[in-house]
Design a protein around this ligand. Structure first.
Ligand SMILES: Cc1cc2nc3c(=O)[nH]c(=O)nc-3n(C[C@H](O)[C@H](O)[C@H](O)COP(=O)(O)OP(=O)(O)OC[C@H]3O[C@@H](n4cnc5c(N)ncnc54)[C@H](O)[C@@H]3O)c2cc1C
Length: 495
């Protein structure tokens, strides 16, 4: 019997991981990718002698990568290194920097003066988020859901003590443990890792605080994040997986309940017995399969994560006052800023932003004596701000602000500068309205409510990646590939 052929749309991390898992199981695998190189959002950009990580700069739950390489039968293709301290935070107008250490005693040294009893409070908070983490990882993140009722039944098995955390926001959960404004802001930044704000993120996600502070922490990749993709590509090539670049799927040929082929923008057919979609699971159903439940009108009503305005700066000279991961926040209007920013209701003249100085950890990413800066400004998506003709002006303002706060004249020392706005992100990787992390994670968009990893109509189409289960971020996408492959193994015989 000849091996079944799998055609995968998208060579992001989700597509690549699924390809390698399936190849190990004997499937013939071919991939199509709209961008000129693999990795999706986990990509790389070079300019003026600098090599920039394009989006992800660290990841958590590294053991999911260990599980993946074992399952795919490949060598670990990169070396990851645990980060400690995790990051530093500065509030506009203040000289003080807060450093977030994993060690509770050192951490308490940073906050005890502004939050008396910090160590004890943080200990209680982490104990509570740890219990939550264990239950959610076992009961939700690692599970496939066959249907909404199946999901609801599985949820009833979770301890009822977690129910209030479904109702409260991350911000109100923080406020139950901490009184200091700065402490609440800093430890609710985890919401931004989900592409949302602490005011609209359910308190269930405080489990992320446990992952960063206690559990597995955060990891950097030796040589830069793109080493992950380069390693997977080597493994893919070795195992005979073919990847076709600059191919954008826009149509299909499936008159009944089986898809026969995808059609690209040049009219070419891409056939297979089984299809896996790594493109956005909601948008693909709407724009390619033309499903009435996923029209643009309906997609626009869903919750989408923040859009990125990203900047890649090569800077002459070493900057003293910068760490590998840094958050530059505003002054005391955090709540109104957070609530307004995604709806384009606050000015982007003085935005909050994140800076990664990659050369501190990976010197080869910049010429000797220079800094490699990646700046991420969370901004409104294209529903709320379609026109980005002001992007260079916003970038100028960020550069001025960063110069003032680090004491390094970045503008005068600029060797290279690339700015990408939500339109670029939309066009490069097919991100809906330029939303950076895909579908949001409010309670009605997770688990059985999230677009399923099995297609509703075609028996031979599955999905993998950030907008299907379990959610966004590199470890979640690795889990997603595992869940998708489990379903294919269980269900493909009956297609
Ligand atoms: C600015 C930013 C910073 C981030 N930082 C972090 C971080 O520090 N840590 C972390 O864990 N996560 C981070 N993330 C999230 C992380 O990047 C994503 O969750 C993850 O990379 C998604 O992988 P994926 O395979 O699901 O999707 P993608 O990476 O989007 O891959 C999907 C692929 O499908 C292709 N495609 C789409 N449509 C089509 C089509 N019609 N035809 C053909 N190909 C198509 C795309 O080009 C893409 O290559 C960040 C994301 C952004 C945007």
């Amino acid at each position: 019997m000849t091996a079944k052929k799998v055609l995968i749309v998208g060579a992001g991390l989700g597509g690549l991981a699924t390809a390698l898992r399936l190849r190990r199981r004997g499937y013939e695998v071919e991939m199509v990718e709209m961008y000129r190189q693999a990795g999706g959002r986990l990509n790389q950009l070079t300019s003026g002698g600098f090599t920039f990580d394009m989006a992800p700069t660290f990841f958590s739950m590294s053991y999911h990568f260990d599980e993946f390489v074992r399952d795919a039968g490949i060598e670990m293709p990169f070396r990851f290194v645990q980060i400690d301290p995790l990051y530093r935070v500065n509030f506009r107008g203040k000289d003080r920097w807060y450093t977030v250490y994993r060690d509770l005693d050192r951490l308490a040294g940073q906050f005890e003066d502004i939050e008396p009893g910090f160590r004890e409070r943080m200990g209680r908070f982490l104990a509570s988020s740890g219990v939550l983490f264990d239950d959610v990882e076992k009961g939700v993140l690692s599970k496939n859901f066959m249907s909404l009722p199946d999901f609801m039944v599985q949820m009833t098995r979770l301890p009822v003590k977690h129910v209030p955390k479904v109702m409260r926001s991350v911000w109100s959960e923080m406020s139950r443990y901490f009184t200091s404004y700065e402490v609440r802001v800093i430890f609710s930044l985890v919401s931004f890792f989900l592409g949302a704000t602490p005011f609209d993120t359910p308190a269930v996600y405080t489990l992320l605080s446990y992952t960063e502070m206690v559990h597995d922490g955060y990891h950097n990749v030796d040589g830069g994040m793109y080493r992950i993709v380069e390693g997977l590509l080597r493994a893919a090539e070795k195992s005979g997986i073919k990847i076709n670049y600059n191919v954008t799927i826009c149509g299909f040929d499936g008159p009944g309940r089986r898809n026969r082929a995808f059609i690209d923008t040049d009219g070419r057919r891409w056939e297979g017995d089984i299809f896996v979609v790594n493109a956005d699971a909601a948008m693909f159903r709407g724009r390619v399969f033309r499903r009435p439940a996923f029209t643009d009108e309906k997609l626009d009503r869903m919750q989408w994560t923040l859009a990125p305005l990203t900047m890649y700066l090569g800077v002459k000279g070493k900057m003293d006052n910068i760490h590998h991961h840094n958050y530059f926040l505003g002054d005391r209007d955090y709540e109104s800023y957070s609530k307004g920013i995604f709806r384009n209701k606050v000015s982007l003249e003085k935005p909050y932003y994140y800076v990664n100085a990659n050369a501190i950890f990976n010197p080869q990413s910049a010429p000797v004596g220079c800094e490699n800066l990646f700046i991420l400004v969370p901004v409104p998506d294209l529903r709320f701000k379609p026109d980005w003709s002001d992007r260079e002006r916003i970038a100028d303002a960020v550069i001025r602000d960063l110069s003032a706060r680090t004491g390094h004249n970045i503008e005068a020392n600029l060797m290279t500068r690339v700015v990408l706005d939500p339109v670029d992100w939309q066009n490069m990787f097919g991100l809906y309205r330029g939303s950076g992390l895909g579908l949001g994670h409010k309670m009605t968009q997770v688990g059985g409510f999230r677009p399923s990893n099995r297609d509703e109509v075609f028996s031979n189409v599955w999905y993998t990646g950030a907008s299907t289960i379990p959610g966004t971020g590199l470890p979640m996408v690795i889990i997603s590939s595992k869940l998708t492959v489990q379903r294919i193994e269980n269900e493909a015989a009956t297609i």
